[in-house]
Write a protein that binds this ligand. Structure first.
Ligand code: SF4
Length: 351
């Protein structure tokens, strides 16, 4: 079978494959993955620094207007302890993730944490930030402190759909500008999308994949949309595809993206693991080469609830790690410890 990915129509056909034809697509993606980036899997220890957010994305459980969230910010000691655990266990990298804040106190806190994590790990731990839209100056300060990668998901590349997922004051153009700023500042840039949203067509997902390619991203984290009762999007849940359909579509999207971008880092997301018990293993087996075990202090995990029924919220960091090792073995991949696993090439934007 010939798997063409030149235009959105061809990609829609691939995304729509099911059964044996879908298996053939995923086998092809695995072949490309093994040839181009090998069977290696890198770890990024995920530290959910704070669930305080100044934004109000209509799909997100920790949006500022949700009064039911028990808000927290980890202490610097808690963050440094988690980073130390990652370093000693050989994770290679960590991700500092948080709701979006643009105030000076927050900028300063991150700057100091990044410097301290670099110092305590002798510069060996790769630091990825996932802290939303920021000014050029803030991105530069955090980069100079030692962060090398930044994740900023576009969620959808369709401006009209973006507008339906965000309230007034959330700008698609600003998000694009931030992605450009990150590239100019010198970060490895990661982005991603949600798949299976209300109002989303397969054609839009196909265009999203081509958008990520044109953007020349170095890393992608894309996963299924998962609903949350305390969000405005909940009322449109009858429009989302079934869990089985979202699962099939996500796996096909991962496979197509690996064909489109053979060298990038792709995460097997927690959202895929939440959608389906085999989600992360199947993602790794098909196309993904990065896993993000949650190393946030266990007591705080339930409060970082972007969507419902999130897995691993009661596991200790050690449990998460053991679980991850098992998944990697079952996916017939090899775990790489003490390696940062940076992308093989810097992405080259085409936009
Ligand atoms: S998706 Fe991110 S920016 Fe939007 S409300 Fe949630 S945490 Fe805040």
């Amino acid at each position: 079978m010939d798997f063409k990915t030149d235009n959105p129509q061809e990609i829609v056909k691939l995304l729509s494959l099911r059964g044996e034809q879908a298996e053939a697509l995923r086998r092809e993606a695995r072949k490309v993955r093994l040839r181009e980036v090998g069977d290696k899997v890198y770890l990024r220890g995920l530290i959910e620094l704070s669930n305080i957010c100044t934004k109000d994305c209509l799909y997100c459980g920790i949006r500022k207007s949700n009064p039911c969230v028990n808000r927290y910010t980890l202490t610097p000691e808690e963050v440094l302890q988690a980073a130390d655990f990652a370093h000693k266990e050989g994770f290679g990298s960590i991700v500092l993730q948080s709701g979006e804040r643009r105030d000076e106190a927050f900028t300063c806190l991150i700057e100091q944490l990044v410097r301290e994590i670099m110092r305590q790990s002798d510069g060996k731990l790769g630091i990825t930030l996932s802290l939303g839209e920021q000014s050029e100056d803030t991105y530069r300060r955090w980069h100079e402190a030692g962060a090398i990668r930044y994740l900023l998901r576009i969620e959808t590349s369709d401006p009209a759909l973006y507008a339906r997922l965000h309230p007034a004051g959330h700008s698609f153009e600003e998000r694009l500008d931030c992605l450009r700023r990150l590239r100019e500042t010198g970060y490895y840039v990661g982005s991603g999308i949600m798949i299976g949203l209300p109002f989303q067509s397969t054609e839009q997902v196909a265009r999203d994949l081509l958008f990520l390619k044109d953007l020349g991203v170095d890393m992608v984290g894309m996963g299924p949309y998962l609903e949350h009762e305390q969000t405005p999007l909940w009322e449109h849940r009858h429009l989302i595809p079934s869990k089985k359909e979202r699962y099939e579509l996500n796996l096909n999207a991962l496979a197509v993206l690996r064909l489109l971008m053979p060298h990038i880092n792709m995460a097997a997301t927690t959202a895929m693991g939440t959608l389906h018990p085999d989600g992360r293993r199947a993602s790794l087996y098909t196309a993904s080469n990065v896993l993000m075990p949650n190393i946030t202090p266990t007591l705080r995990r339930k409060d970082y609830s972007l969507y419902e029924n999130k897995i691993c919220i009661y596991d200790s960091a050690q449990d998460s790690f053991r679980n991850i090792i098992k998944i990697i073995q079952e996916a017939e991949c090899s775990l790489r410890l003490f390696e940062q696993g940076n992308p093989l090439h810097r992405g080259i934007p085409n936009v």
